[in-house]
Design a protein around this ligand. Structure first.
Ligand code: C6P
Length: 424
């Protein structure tokens, strides 16, 4: 591949509001070479890379402040507790300025959705009820509901895809009916990039008394999030996709729902009074944070939120629109490549899935890796979606704040070479 690695390494585009060349220096991993080529990290939808600010915050926490939270009377315990609780306030601001007590720390979006399925679901769902999701959901927003339906005798319904890889809402007034108890939808598909306009759907859900949940795992790291604007009752996200460490995510829930839900896990910290006969519970959010939490990861997540809010979520969205539009334009010039996802960047985020005629998506990913490109290939934990698309897998390039147009150019060169290599 001619000159592609140098172009990828140089990577100095500035888009409105983001000084990409400058911020790339904050990500030490971008200095790595992979198979002799500069790393081009196009797998942020799976997990983003971490800026020095986050890495140093983790180190500083462990070197200077670590103790268990909410338990000790000593200075370090107070410091750790203050740092941990400060992140709750930050996260509350990040999702639209909610009451911090409505923000629960979980390990990730998966755990947040499961918390709702167990705690809210088992109390509120019974035989005859309906839960509505969509065909484009990640397994994290499918499996907990399938399991809940198996346990309770409720029925799982799905919103199909339309021809533009959006939600087909033509039957929405049938799909949302008096039996609907929960509507749980992704704001952005990890495998199509589609951004869903959820508020009108949630309005219909609320009109029949249903509860609404947003899977914001893919949207929250990439665009502004406002739970009031989304009109949702629950929202789940993962910190590790938003520059934070693995091990810290959040569940937001409306106070009246959280107050009335039983705990998810039992143990230390979530109780008020324990006897062998009876247990009473701590108030929200502690009722849902049994055991020692991932304190350092939460503190690191706070540093990631600072970094993102400093850049500005609108600026991040604009940068990603620019790079996605560029990638879609370049990729759509290959007649042997098929893109799965909306063509309109106003309706999609920065995860671009595609297949190359005559080559398996895994082979394409491996070929790209030989030139230092990290992309994901597979079903993207969205097997029902793959079935609806009529494929078993796609290759996915997903972009974030540190990616540049020249990196996209390089990938396109490598793809053209891969096509020649695999062509029969
Ligand atoms: N998607 C991807 O490569 P966790 O694993 O809990 O942090 O996130 C789960 C999850 C939930 N919803 C959506 C829309 C997601 O994309 C993901 C994670 C990664 O696409 C890993 S499978």
């Amino acid at each position: 591949m001619q000159g592609a690695t140098a172009a990828a390494g140089a990577a100095a585009n500035t888009s409105q509001g983001l000084d990409v060349a400058k911020l790339r220096a904050d990500f030490p991993i971008l200095l790595r070479t992979i198979n002799g080529h500069p790393l081009v990290y196009f797998d942020s939808a799976a997990s983003s890379q971490k800026p020095t600010h986050v890495i140093q915050t983790l180190t500083d926490y462990y070197e200077r402040h670590h103790a268990n939270v909410h338990r000790g009377m000593h200075t370090l315990a107070a410091e750790a507790t203050d740092m941990y609780e400060a992140v709750r306030r930050k996260a509350a601001r990040f999702i639209g300025g909610v009451d911090p007590s409505t923000v629960i720390f979980t390990r990730n979006a998966t755990e947040a959705i499961n918390l709702v399925a167990y705690s809210w679901g088992e109390q509120n769902i019974s035989a005859g009820d309906e839960i509505l999701i969509s065909v484009m959901e990640h397994h994290a927003n499918i499996v907990p509901w399938v399991r809940l339906c198996e346990k309770t005798g409720a029925t799982l319904k799905t919103i199909p895809l339309d021809e533009n890889y959006g939600l087909d809402l033509s039957d929405i007034d049938t799909l949302i009916n008096k039996n609907t108890k929960l509507v749980a939808l992704t704001r952005m598909s990890n495998a199509l990039g589609t951004i869903n306009n959820l508020a009108p759907i949630f309005k219909k859900a609320h009109a029949v008394g249903a509860v609404t949940l947003v899977d914001a795992a893919q949207s929250a790291p990439h665009m502004p999030t406002d739970v009031q604007e989304l009109d949702c009752d629950f929202l789940a996200l993962s910190g590790h996709k938003a520059l934070g460490p693995t091990g810290a995510g959040i569940l937001y829930g409306k106070a009246e729902l959280l107050d009335n839900m039983p705990p998810f896990l039992g143990g230390g910290e979530m109780i008020e009074l324990v006897t062998f006969e009876k247990v009473t519970y701590n108030h929200v959010p502690h009722k849902f944070e049994a055991g020692t939490p991932a304190i350092a990861d939460v503190v690191g997540f706070g540093a990631a939120l600072d970094y993102l809010m400093e850049l500005g979520m609108e600026n991040i969205r604009e940068h990603e629109k620019e790079i996605t539009a560029y990638a879609l334009d370049k990729l759509s010039q290959f007649e042997w490549l098929k893109i799965y996802g909306p063509a309109d960047v106003d309706k999609r985020g920065a995860a671009v899935s595609f297949t190359v005629e005559g080559a398996h998506p895994h082979d394409i990913a491996q070929y790209l890796d030989s030139y230092g490109f990290a992309v994901r290939a597979g079903h993207h934990c969205a097997q029902p979606l793959m079935k609806a698309l009529g494929v078993t897998a796609t290759t996915r390039a997903s972009f974030y704040i540190y990616n540049t147009l020249s990196e996209v150019d390089s990938m396109c060169e490598a793809l053209a070479e891969a096509r020649d290599f695999f062509k029969v």
